[in-house]
Unconditional design. Structure first.
Length: 264
């Protein structure tokens, strides 16, 4: 492990991981055998979505009898939470494991703490997110938004997954509430995988990477030429309103995901 004020670097075998706690605690770089897997840039890499995932309709959500408003950072909606725009604190930084935290604050209306953990081995990266309250219960979501490079220097990546359904997407980019049979891509869509997320990305002749999680939701976004996103998350877009997970003083929100790879 090496670190600076800007980055924390983990290593295992020929795998190197760089995390930027000052830039939303996103993974800035994941290199396997010298090959960078993630799209580069301050907005890319792999960032945590917390305390909500995807779009929240019109930046409004109901908690109990109270409506709360969030900044419309993807007008007319609020998107991807506040964690990616926050400087996190480094709690642990060892050779192949690191832990980071940040305290929930405005514009999020409830006090609490978010913890993100990274564990790296020669063939896998395990990610964990936890959301706890410092007072009142509140609805929340958590997940990750990796930008995997579409092309690593050979053929484009292919995706293999078998969702139970696709959330029908309305013109406002939010799920309509209808579940439909999965459609061909390109996608900016949410899929249900009730047995857990299991998506395989294959760069032919180079690398196979599996994204797995016990979480039952995954968003796949592949409408850009540069990258493909496979996003395991605890609830669907607009889930603060339609499928909230209630964080209570005795029950935090916890989610984990694993990226596991093998050379081809």
């Amino acid at each position: 492990m090496t670190s600076s004020e800007q980055s924390v670097r983990l290593a295992a075998g020929d795998v190197e991981l760089t995390v930027r706690p000052d830039n939303g605690c996103r993974i800035e770089s994941l290199r396997i055998g010298g090959t960078e897997l993630l799209r580069q840039g301050d907005r890319y890499g792999c960032f945590p979505m917390v305390p909500w995932c995807g779009r929240t309709a019109n930046g409004r959500f109901l908690s109990g009898a109270t409506w709360h408003r969030l900044p419309l950072n993807a007008p007319p909606h609020a998107i991807h939470g506040t964690g990616r725009d926050t400087a996190w604190r480094t709690a642990v930084a060892d050779k192949a494991e690191a832990v980071f935290t940040y305290d929930l604050a405005e514009p999020w209306p409830y006090p609490g703490r978010v913890t993100q953990t990274f564990r790296l081995t020669e063939d896998a990266l395990t990610l964990q997110l936890g959301v706890e309250t410092h007072g009142d219960s509140f609805p929340a979501q958590a997940g990750w938004h990796p930008w995997f490079r579409r092309n690593l220097g050979g053929e484009d990546v292919t995706l293999d997954f078998t969702p139970a359904w696709q959330e029908e997407r309305g013109e406002d980019h939010l799920p309509t509430g209808n579940r439909i049979a999965p459609t061909p891509g390109p996608w900016d869509d949410c899929f249900g995988m009730p047995e857990g997320v299991d998506v395989t990305l294959t760069w032919p002749g180079q690398l196979e990477l599996k994204v797995t999680s016990r979480a039952p939701w995954v968003v796949v976004y592949d409408e850009q030429e540069e990258a493909v996103c496979v996003e395991p998350q605890s609830g669907p877009p607009n889930g603060l309103n339609t499928a909230p997970h209630l964080v209570t003083p005795i029950e935090p929100l916890e989610i984990a995901a694993t990226f596991a790879w093998r050379g081809l």
